[in-house]
Design a protein around this ligand. Structure first.
Ligand code: ADP
Ligand code: MG
Length: 284
């Protein structure tokens, strides 16, 4: 595939080893301050058109740290152990992939990282925020502003145009209306849909719908983008386009992307791959 050598040749970013056991990440005075500067800019409308102000992010900044995380669910009167001690980290600008068979626990972990669920044991710090200790409301507040989600099945509103779908996510994130237009335009152009802005999902191909979903997920300028099998329903060419868009977004928006996949050709594009087997990471 034409796109592959370009990515394969790309210098892999340095990835530091996973946080040492029990070590509390030293993220985030800077990170938190940076985020709040952007939020203030949103509130006062002082952010530049299309691209809200964000302080220069520290290179290699630690975004997420997962320490000894375990998760089990009560099933039929017993505990089903799904995550059995996970350690991982994500840094600014990385494209990190979780690979593993169906049922190995990838989605369970993604839910945890995104603050949708909490571990039974262990710690999760997102931008220094202790997600493992925080209640739903506090996690939701951070998630709405700083995390974007992409799903296998696109999750677009079927009656809304591409434009309106992206706009909706800015509304949900509480971004002032005056900022919507330039940012929606920017995001749709970034994913290569400048000419399809007013199409509704059923008038778009699967790959185009997924690109709308990407535009929607980054519109509020999240720090972290989580994508659960984003290419699973696409053919390999469309899957390659999605990966190309992900790389572009990392370059232009300094976002970190964590995604799950089965596809070996797609894994080639990752800065780092975590291989999951039965609720644990294994080295390959
Ligand atoms: N809420 C839940 N209650 C009970 N079992 C669950 C729940 N969520 C996930 N599981 C189980 O955890 C295992 C891992 O699921 P999942 O994280 O979805 O795996 P993957 O995404 O790798 O396919 C599966 O056996 C699944 O049935
Ligand atoms: Mg899954």
């Amino acid at each position: 595939m034409a796109w592959l050598p370009r990515f394969a040749a790309k210098k892999k970013k340095e990835t530091a080893p996973a946080a040492a056991s029990g070590e509390r990440p030293a993220t985030s005075a800077v990170a938190v301050e940076t985020a709040s500067a952007a939020e203030t800019a949103y509130r006062d409308g002082t952010a530049a058109a299309g691209l809200p102000v964000r302080g220069e992010p520290a290179a290699n900044e630690l975004i997420l740290s997962v320490n000894h995380v375990e998760r089990s669910f009560p099933v039929g009167g017993q505990q089903l152990h799904v995550l059995k001690g996970i350690d991982m980290e994500l840094r600014r600008g990385q494209l990190v992939m979780l690979r593993g068979r169906s049922g190995s626990g990838k989605t369970t972990l993604m839910n945890m990282i995104g603050g949708l669920d909490q571990p039974n044991k262990g710690e999760i710090y997102f931008m220094g925020h202790p997600f493992h200790q925080w209640n739903d409301d506090k996690r939701t507040e951070v998630r709405r502003k700083q995390i974007g989600f992409i799903f296998q099945a696109y999750a677009l509103m079927p009656l809304l145009s591409a434009w309106e779908n992206v706009e909706l996510s800015m509304r949900m994130a509480g971004i002032p209306r005056s900022m919507w237009k330039p940012r929606v335009e920017h995001c749709l152009e970034l994913v290569g849909l400048g000419k399809r802005m007013h199409h509704r999902p059923f008038e778009l191909s699967g790959g185009e719908q997924q690109r709308v979903a990407i535009a929607k997920s980054i519109a509020h300028r999240p720090t972290l983008l989580l994508a659960d099998e984003p290419t699973a329903e696409l053919d390999s060419q469309m899957g390659a386009q999605i990966m190309s868009v992900f790389r572009e977004i990392i370059e232009t928006e300094q976002v970190t992307i964590c995604m799950t996949t089965h596809d070996p050709t797609i894994l080639e594009v990752a800065d780092h791959v975590y291989q999951m087997v039965d609720g644990k990471f294994v080295t390959t």
